[in-house]
Design a protein around this ligand. Structure first.
Ligand code: SF4
Length: 471
């Protein structure tokens, strides 16, 4: 049993990261069995779940449409906010009942929560329904751990507190046939004081650019239209392994594979260089959409958050992006109620929001994450003050989001149609180049195509449109 240790997870050692190939051969031990994976959190987790499904499928497991038909249920968890934790612990109650009526059911837990010492202690103590845990650093060991559980019937906890290898060619079952996630960098070295990620995902480790480019070339051959490059901080790409090859180089090389649409998330303003902006502006197939977390507009709070930029520097970068990248849209993340945030600090945030007029924002009331520096800070903000600020901020964000969407009314835009609309079977939905969700009157034959769409109506969070013609 290997359980995580937060003190070890906080250390940054100088050990060289190993680059290895996935090499697991367990015959078909999953034959006649079904799995169900439930994912919480960010795009990195979505993509990790595609790898979990890929590894399970590689040894004969089939995907269960309904959770009640599954022999193995895996929760791929998120630790970024308290409510992500609560959702998982709440669902474990449901799984306890399922396990009582099906003694053979196997339940596993992966993802960022698996890396948290407090969580594992709680699981060992109170959540006997969990049969195995695998951490983020050794996810490629999933089959070994699961097989051990099946063979011995003993509970398995395998979580490393130091970075794992960069493992290439892990099997993957992608959720979409048109739009693919591609990891470019794992971990994060920014240590924003409110964030648990540097401890749950470890030090930053870039994949070799040849491996990324080959993966995208294969996706192009397989008919994929869109690729999103993934990392907790994509702008730091290459810094750990190259002297002279950055995200700007990678964007250029991936754009030149001929993929029709190229995106990347998530950006950190501090690592965002002029060269990166120039490359995004130059290539038509790099989509004009950037998610640029602001977090706060107050320099005092930015410093307490260890964000390493000032609001002036953020605004300079923001303006540069808007000026150089034609028809771009920019969204952001903002936290209100960080310890020590005064009304004045909050007004600084509103000032930046009013200047940027973001296309949209993910806004949050600060909640402390155990084991982060911010959790020890004084001057906690009362809940009602946080909620009041969040409410006021959201009103302004929604106003600008509405305004940005209204500008697109009656224009004809290119959309990659990705699925049927959930609400209306006579509609499909897709994304514009600048990442606006559009519900389109049209039939299922459009799914997987890039089509021209006329925008007929706009809302705060989506657009309505009519199919015009194939692009
Ligand atoms: S950049 Fe900051 S917020 Fe983003 S993952 Fe790294 S530490 Fe967390």
């Amino acid at each position: 049993m290997k359980i995580p240790n937060m003190l070890d997870a906080k250390k940054r050692n100088k050990n060289e990261v190993k680059y290895t190939e996935y090499n697991v051969d367990f015959n078909n031990f999953g034959e006649n069995k079904k799995f169900y994976v439930r994912t919480y959190g960010c795009q990195m987790n979505e993509h990790d779940s595609e790898k979990i499904k890929g590894m399970l499928s590689s040894v004969g497991f089939k995907s269960a449409e309904d959770i009640n038909d599954a022999d193995v249920i895996i929760l791929n968890t998120c630790a970024i906010r308290e409510n992500a934790h609560d959702k998982v612990f709440g669902f474990l109650g449901v799984l306890k009942h399922m396990k009582q009526s099906n003694k053979n059911l196997i339940i596993g837990l992966c993802g960022c929560m698996a890396q948290e010492e407090v969580v594992i202690k709680e699981i060992l103590d109170k959540y006997k329904q969990i049969d195995f845990v695998v951490g983020t650093h050794n996810l490629d060991n999933l089959l070994k751990v699961l097989k051990e559980k099946i063979d011995t019937n003993n509970r398995q906890i395998e979580v490393l507190s130091y970075e794992g290898d960069v493992v290439e060619n892990v099997p993957v079952v992608r959720d979409s046939k048109y739009s693919a996630w591609v990891d470019i960098i794992y971990g994060c070295d920014k240590f924003c004081t409110y964030c648990i990620v540097p401890y749950t995902r470890g030090t930053q480790r870039s994949r070799h650019h040849e491996d990324i480019i080959n993966e995208v070339k294969q996706l192009v051959k397989d008919g994929y239209k869109e690729v999103t490059l993934l990392g907790q901080n994509v702008n730091a790409y290459g810094k750990d392994i190259y002297d002279n090859y950055t995200l700007a180089n990678l964007l250029k090389d991936v754009a030149e594979t001929g993929i029709e649409r190229l995106r990347f998330v998530t950006s950190h303003p501090w690592d965002f260089t002029d060269e990166m902006v120039d490359v995004i502006a130059k290539y038509d197939n790099i989509m004009p959409y950037i998610h640029l977390p602001l977090q706060s507009g107050s320099n005092k709070i930015l410093k307490l958050m260890n964000r390493r930029y000032t609001s002036e520097e953020y605004l300079k970068l923001y303006k540069q992006i808007r000026e150089k990248v034609k028809d771009s849209s920019v969204t952001t993340d903002i936290i209100v109620g960080f310890p020590g945030e005064t009304e004045e600090d909050f007004n600084e945030t509103l000032k930046v929001v009013n200047e940027c007029k973001f296309d949209g924002a993910f806004t949050f009331a600060y909640s402390p994450r155990e084991n982060t520096p911010a959790a020890l800070m004084k001057d906690a903000i009362p809940e009602e003050v946080k909620m009041d600020r969040l409410h006021r901020l959201n009103e302004i964000i929604n106003k600008y989001s509405n305004e940005a969407n209204k500008k697109m009314l009656n224009t004809i835009v290119k959309c990659l149609v990705i699925s049927e609309s959930e609400k209306d079977k006579n509609k499909v939905c897709g994304y514009t180049e600048n990442m606006k969700l559009v519900n389109i009157v049209g039939d299922k034959s459009l799914i997987g195509k890039i089509v021209n769409v006329k925008i007929t109506d706009t809302k705060s969070f989506s657009l309505d449109g009519e199919y015009v013609e194939e692009y």
